[in-house]
Design a protein around this ligand. Structure first.
Ligand code: SAM
Ligand code: SF4
Length: 326
C-alpha cells in the first residue's frame, strides 16, 4: 500500500503513452507545439517494468492517456500486457475517439472494459473549431463501435465559456436520456502557455447545471453527492445515463484523490495542478533496481500535495495538459 502523509491510499496510476496528438484542442495545446523525440519517451518495456513496480506498491487501477494514447502503435499489445501484470485489476483509457472505430474490438479483447471519450459538442462546425481540424463523424463512429463492444462509456466535455456552455452542453446532457453513459462536464484548468485563455473562459458547475435544468428539467443528485472518482453526479428524470461535474478549480476533490501520473517522458507527477515531479527516466535507464525505484516512488507519494495554489496565482507552467496526461 502506498500512503501519503494525509492518509490517502494512492492506488490509481494514469500513464501518458505519448505527448503527441492527432488534434490540437484549444484548451489543451498550442497549435505550434513541438513534441519530444521518441527516444526521450518511455519505451514499452520501460512502461511495463514501471507498471509492475507500481503494482508492487499496491496500485490496482491504470488509465492510459496522452496526448492521444491510440496513436501509439503498440497500444493493443500494451493494454494486454498491462492487464496481465499481477496486481493490476483494471485498465481504462481516455481518448479523443478518432481511431476507436477500428480499435474498440481489439482493445476489448485485450481486456479493457472502460473508456472515456472526449467530446465537447455535437455540432460538427464547432467540434472542428475547438479541436482545430477534427471530424466529429469519426468520434461518433468510434463511440458507436465502443458501445457495440460493450464498453462502459463516459463522455468528457471540457466547458469553454462562449464556445460550448449553452446549447452544446444541453445537447450533450440530452445524450444521457438515450444512452447509459456518464456525460461529464469538466471545468477548464489553467496550464503553461494556455493559462491566460483558460482563466478567462472557465464556467462553474452551478451555472452549467442551471442551463441544463432549464432546458431538460430538474436533475437530482445521485448517491447524495458522493463523488464517483472526481465527479459529482446528477440524473435527469428517467435517464439511463448520468451527468457528472468535475470542478477541480472551484471545488477541488483532494480528500478523495488517489491518483498519480506518469508522463510520457517518465516523470512521476502527484498533482495535476502542481509542477513538482520525480524524473524516473534516468533511474530506469541508469540501472536502478526495482527495490530502489520502489523506495523513491514511495517517498515521493508520501509528499503528494494537497490543494492547488491557483488562488495564490501558482499556476502550473511546466507543462500543458497533453504533456501531463489528463
Ligand atoms: N487525447 C485524449 C483525450 O482528449 O481524451 C487524452 C488526453 S487529454 C489531455 C485528457 C482529458 O483532458 C480530455 O478529456 C481533455 O478534454 C482534458 N483536458 C485537456 N485540457 C484540459 C484543461 N485545460 N482543463 C481541463 N481538462 C482538460
Ligand atoms: Fe489531443 Fe486530447 Fe489534448 Fe485534444 S484534449 S489536443 S485530443 S490530447
Amino acid at each position: 500500500m502506498a500512503l501519503d502523509q494525509y492518509g490517502r491510499d494512492i492506488d490509481y496510476l494514469r500513464i501518458s503513452l505519448t505527448d503527441q496528438c492527432n488534434l490540437r484542442c484549444v484548451y489543451c495545446m498550442p497549435e505550434d507545439i513541438s513534441f519530444r523525440p521518441r527516444a526521450d519517451l518511455l519505451q514499452d518495456e520501460e512502461i511495463l517494468r514501471l507498471v509492475s513496480v507500481f503494482a508492487g506498491l499496491g496500485f490496482r487501477k491504470i488509465r492510459l492517456t496522452g496526448g492521444e494514447p491510440t496513436i501509439r502503435e503498440s497500444i493493443v499489445e500494451l493494454v494486454k500486457r498491462i492487464r496481465a501484470t499481477p496486481g493490476i485489476e483494471d485498465v481504462g483509457m481516455t481518448t479523443n475517439g478518432l481511431l476507436l472505430k477500428h480499435l474498440a474490438r481489439p482493445l476489448r479483447n485485450a481486456g479493457m472494459n472502460r473508456i472515456n471519450v472526449s467530446l465537447d459538442t455535437l455540432d460538427p462546425a464547432k467540434f472542428k473549431q475547438i479541436t482545430r481540424w477534427g471530424n466529429i463523424d469519426d468520434v461518433w463512429n468510434g463511440l458507436t463501435e465502443a458501445e457495440e463492444q460493450g464498453f462502459r462509456i463516459k463522455i468528457n466535455a471540457v466547458v469553454v465559456r462562449g464556445w460550448n456552455d449553452r446549447e452544446d452542453a444541453v445537447s450533450l446532457a440530452r445524450l444521457t436520456l438515450a444512452h447509459p453513459w456518464q456525460v461529464r462536464f469538466i471545468e477548464m484548468m489553467p496550464f503553461g502557455s494556455t493559462a491566460d485563455f483558460q482563466q478567462t473562459h472557465t464556467v462553474s458547475e452551478q451555472e452549467l447545471l442551471d442551463v441544463i435544468s432549464e432546458a431538460l428539467g430538474p436533475a437530482s443528485l445521485v448517491d447524495a453527492g458522493r463523488l464517483d472518482g472526481e465527479a459529482r453526479r446528477y440524473r435527469l428524470e428517467d435517464a439511463p445515463g448520468e451527468l457528472g461535474f468535475i470542478s477541480s478549480v472551484t471545488n477541488p476533490f483532494c480528500a478523495g484523490c488517489n491518483r498519480a501520473r506518469l508522463t510520457a517522458d517518465g516523470t512521476l507527477r502527484l498533482c495535476l495542478l502542481r509542477d513538482k515531479e520525480l524524473n524516473l527516466l534516468p533511474l530506469v535507464r541508469g540501472g536502478a533496481s526495482d527495490a530502489e525505484l520502489t523506495a523513491l516512488i514511495r517517498e515521493s507519494i508520501w509528499f503528494k500535495p494537497w490543494g492547488h495554489g491557483l488562488a495564490e496565482k501558482q499556476i502550473p507552467r511546466g507543462r500543458v495538459m497533453s504533456e501531463i496526461g489528463g
